[in-house]
Design a protein around this ligand. Structure first.
Ligand code: GLA
Length: 336
């Protein structure tokens, strides 16, 4: 079977998904295809991006130890899906690998579909792949990446409620360009720092006796530890920004939408402490560029990409190297 899944960029709402909050990502026009001819009891894949082939036994128990490392995400899917038949196949991707555009989620979703997972229930598919990602990377990630890769809609971002999993398409205005710049920073700290942030958010919620999704910004003052208080303040204010952003973008108010993105970056930088000097520098240069409405780091942070909302045509005049325009595309599909 031949399956394709897009990568994603998150417009706003970071480090909110794993506490049941709000996010607003879009699936993009870069992605990964996985083609498998079924047969045998091993999955053998080659990738355009790495000369080392992958050989994954169908009874694999520790995907995180597999080499080559790119195939751990495939192995994670095999460990969760437990297909009864293996196969031989090929992975091709237009996404920068490990570059903060969810290349791993795209690989998981495309692999699951290529191995026969039911694609008609996008949420179930995303949950399967979220589990695969956690097994493969050891990162206790949320659902955002896999869910938008599985269920994105062309021309729209998705406002996702990570408590109910309700998804509301938000139209991207036609005169807008979404720009992505890869910082080139590898996210070496991401595994441990992401898990630490998640624990801090859980501790803050436990102290308040409520989900951070439901607390008002004023309630946060009751948290005694100053670090936990700042973490919680990021989550509570970020959830409010996502709601305001979806309303602003949906009504074509790109100035307000951009300002909310810039505010989100400040919160991720100062309260959640997941930015880097390079990311801050890129966001500053973008925000000072004519035609840019706002910019922020996108995804987990500690490196990876920044995203900007800009007037159509801005990219052409941009002097920042490596900036690419991404378009909102539909979610994953089986191609035969
Ligand atoms: C990574 C995770 C997501 C989400 C973001 C931060 O991309 O996979 O679940 O938590 O970080 O918003």
């Amino acid at each position: 079977m031949d399956a394709y899944a897009p990568g994603r960029v998150n417009l706003i709402g970071d480090h909110t998904d794993y506490s049941g909050g709000l996010v607003c990502p879009m699936a993009i026009d870069l992605g990964t295809s996985v083609e498998v001819a079924p047969g045998g009891d091993v999955l053998e894949l080659v990738s355009d991006a790495d000369p080392a082939p992958a050989r994954i036994p169908l009874d694999i128990t520790e995907p995180a130890r597999l080499t080559p490392p790119w195939a751990r995400y495939v192995a994670g899917v095999v460990a969760v899906l437990r297909p009864s038949v293996g196969g031989r196949g090929h992975v091709r991707s237009t996404l920068p690998l490990g570059g903060g555009l969810s290349s791993s989620a795209a690989l998981e979703v495309a692999t699951a579909l290529a191995l026969g997972a039911d694609g008609s229930d996008g949420l179930a598919l995303a949950m399967l792949c979220q589990r695969a990602e956690q097994l493969a990377s050891g990162v206790p990630c949320g659902i955002m990446d896999q869910l938008v890769c599985a269920t994105g809609q062309a021309g729209h971002a998705l406002l996702i409620d990570c408590t109910t999993f309700e998804r509301t398409p938000v139209r991207i205005p036609g005169d807008v360009e979404v720009l992505v710049v890869n910082s080139g920073e590898r996210r070496a700290l991401a595994t441990s720092a992401y898990a630490l942030r998640r624990r801090e958010v859980e501790q803050a919620a436990a102290e308040l006796g409520a989900s951070l999704r439901d607390v008002a910004v004023d309630d946060i003052a009751a948290i005694s530890d100053p670090t936990l208080r700042r973490r919680a303040r990021h989550v509570a204010t970020e959830n409010a920004r996502v709601t305001a952003f979806a309303a602003a973008l949906g009504s074509g108010d790109v100035r307000s939408a951009g300002q909310l993105m810039a505010d989100s970056h400040v919160s991720l930088r100062d309260d959640f402490e997941v930015s880097t000097t390079t990311l801050d520098g890129l966001v500053d240069s973008l925000c000072r560029t004519r035609g840019v409405w706002g910019a922020r780091l996108t995804g987990a942070g500690f490196g990876g990409c920044v995203v900007a909302l800009a007037a159509a045509g801005t990219a052409k005049a941009l002097t920042i190297p490596g900036a690419v325009v991404v378009r909102a595309e539909g979610g994953a599909s089986v191609r035969g």
